[in-house]
Design a protein around this ligand. Structure first.
Ligand SMILES: [Zn+2]
Length: 90
């Protein structure tokens, strides 16, 4: 799959939605990325697996195309107003 897609999937499933664990390896959890498969599992037993169809749907949903800095955390903690400090000006 596209690297950008995998990055967005990793971000989306970084922390386990059940127990909040965000670690990999050593029995904590696993992350598998193949051409058309994405698997993320956790020590608590939660796991998600996306096949080619799900990955395609994820890409088409636009989630995979959002800038990495704006995918989550739209909490207004005062720092969200630093948008003017954009390093990639056109
Ligand atoms: Zn978990």
């Amino acid at each position: 799959m596209k690297i950008n897609t995998s990055i967005q999937l990793i971000k989306k499933y970084a922390a386990c939605p059940v127990c909040g664990n965000a670690l990999l390896g050593n029995g904590n959890g696993a992350l598998v990325i193949h051409t058309d498969r994405f698997v993320r599992s956790c020590r608590c037993g939660w796991h998600v697996e996306l096949g080619p169809e799900e990955i395609k749907r994820f890409e088409e949903s636009g989630e995979a195309r959002k800038p990495a800095s704006q995918t989550q955390n739209n909490t207004n903690n005062g720092r969200a107003n630093h948008v003017g400090r954009n390093q990639e000006k056109y």
